[in-house]
Design a protein around this ligand. Structure first.
Ligand SMILES: N[C@@H](CCC(=O)N[C@@H](CS)C(=O)NCC(=O)O)C(=O)O
Length: 399
């Protein structure tokens, strides 16, 4: 075996193993090009929680992940006592229970509602933006397919490097259909991205972070895709650096959190914004979410009721066909439930301040998606993360 392969394999084995002095550490199975991986890692840096980073290579992707979670998805966390956790949102909620200091959930129920809504938007609508920028422009396509191949072939012979890059390019382009990305829709997606960045640029004129002078879950969720895709992908980095300096500063601050070398990681944080400030400052972002992401959720709920796996939707006068996502449905269900559980006075304040289309969607009777019924996310036991995987396994047994 060649030296570099041995060296890289040793690195992965060491990362997976907890030595005597590391028994308290989490292990994070991550990919450097995954926004959800970076969201979770950066959150851990902010909280000062120690972890070992396990780079997911081809072997872990094909063998270890299916065994642990029944699918290929990152990030996955192994707890110090070897429990398996999946899903950045639910992992962070779980870790917050063990580590309540520097909470990323504001105590104010209104602020926390905004926090959860913005997180949901970042996690579930921004994939459309980032798949467009990463796989819709030639420079990004070439660079990132090779970059992902470099990590997947870590600990594997480099004869696999080019074929893996080709495989990634073909595979990722396949996601376009799920997210209504095609010649007819791409320009409108580019416009939406620019609009979102301009909204954030204005917001950061007021505060260092989305909800004031300390980072919330919304910051980490927005940071993942903006840093890992827009900023680190070479083509999109140019338009970010040339037009949105405050967004780039915000990225820098978050990238440095927890970095004590040279004192560059911020350690003192101020207050959350007041309710009045939030209602005023977040208007443009909330209107944007109402116009783009909320209709997607409503159409998806209708598709689910009618038993359709895909649906058509027109936003900004552009029509596309989207694939239904049960996960996205569950995530929005939680946002609705959070809104509906607010006190009556809080809800009526929000009703006066927020776009009526947003209020309408939040108030709708919740349509429950049962993929997690009987499960205890983020924990995954015996490699079965949800009912979809359980039924796939059952079918495989019967066949
Ligand atoms: N809801 C999950 C989403 C994770 C996710 O979609 N990860 C992507 C990479 S960014 C993935 O692993 N996709 C599956 C694949 O590429 O096979 C979370 O928040 O962790």
């Amino acid at each position: 075996m060649e030296n570099y392969i041995k060296r890289q394999q040793t690195h992965i084995q060491q990362a997976m193993t907890l030595n005597a002095d590391e028994q308290h550490k989490y292990r994070l199975l991550v990919s450097p090009q995954s926004p959800y991986s970076r969201k979770l890692q950066t959150y851990m840096h902010y909280k000062g929680i120690e972890y070992k980073k396990v780079m997911v290579n081809m072997q872990i992707f094909r063998a270890t992940l299916p065994k642990l979670i029944g699918q290929t998805m990152v990030p996955v966390v192994l707890t110090p006592d070897d429990k398996v956790m999946l899903d950045s949102t639910m992992i962070i909620q779980e870790i917050e229970k063990q580590h309540p200091d520097f909470s990323v959930f504001p105590q104010s129920s209104i602020l926390n509602f905004f926090n959860l809504l913005i997180e949901d938007f970042a996690d579930e609508y921004m994939p459309r933006f980032i798949m467009h920028t990463r796989w819709g422009f030639e420079q990004n396509r070439q660079t990132i397919s090779h970059k992902i191949a470099r990590y997947l072939t870590f600990g594997v012979s480099l004869t696999q490097f080019k074929p893996t890059a080709d495989f990634i390019l073909n595979r990722q382009t396949g996601f376009d259909n799920m997210l209504a990305l095609n010649e007819a829709t791409r320009d409108s997606v580019t416009q939406q991205i620019h609009e979102l960045m301009a909204i954030l640029e204005e917001l950061f004129k007021q505060n260092s972070f989305v909800l004031g002078e300390r980072p919330s879950l919304a910051d980490f969720a927005l940071y993942g895709p903006i840093q890992v895709h827009f900023y680190e992908d070479p083509y999109s980095q140019t338009w970010l650096e040339t037009q949105f300096p405050l967004v780039c500063h915000w990225l820098d601050i978050i990238s440095n959190l927890g970095d004590t070398r040279g004192n560059c990681g911020q350690t003192d944080f101020g207050n959350w914004v007041t309710t009045a400030q939030a209602l005023e400052q977040l208007q443009p972002l909330l209107s944007f979410i109402s116009r783009t992401y909320i209709p997607l959720n409503l159409s998806q709920i209708n598709a689910h009721i009618q038993g359709n796996k895909s649906f058509e939707l027109t936003v900004d006068s552009v029509t596309g066909t989207y694939r239904s996502s049960p996960y996205r449905m569950v995530a929005f269900e939680k946002v609705q439930l959070n809104f509906q559980a607010l006190k009556i006075e809080t809800k009526s304040l929000l009703e006066q301040a927020l776009p009526t289309s947003l209020i309408f969607a939040l108030q709708q009777e919740v349509v429950h998606n049962n993929i997690y019924d009987g499960f205890n996310p983020p924990f995954v036991v015996d490699g079965i993360a949800d009912n979809r995987i359980a039924s796939k396994n059952n079918k495989a047994h019967q066949a």
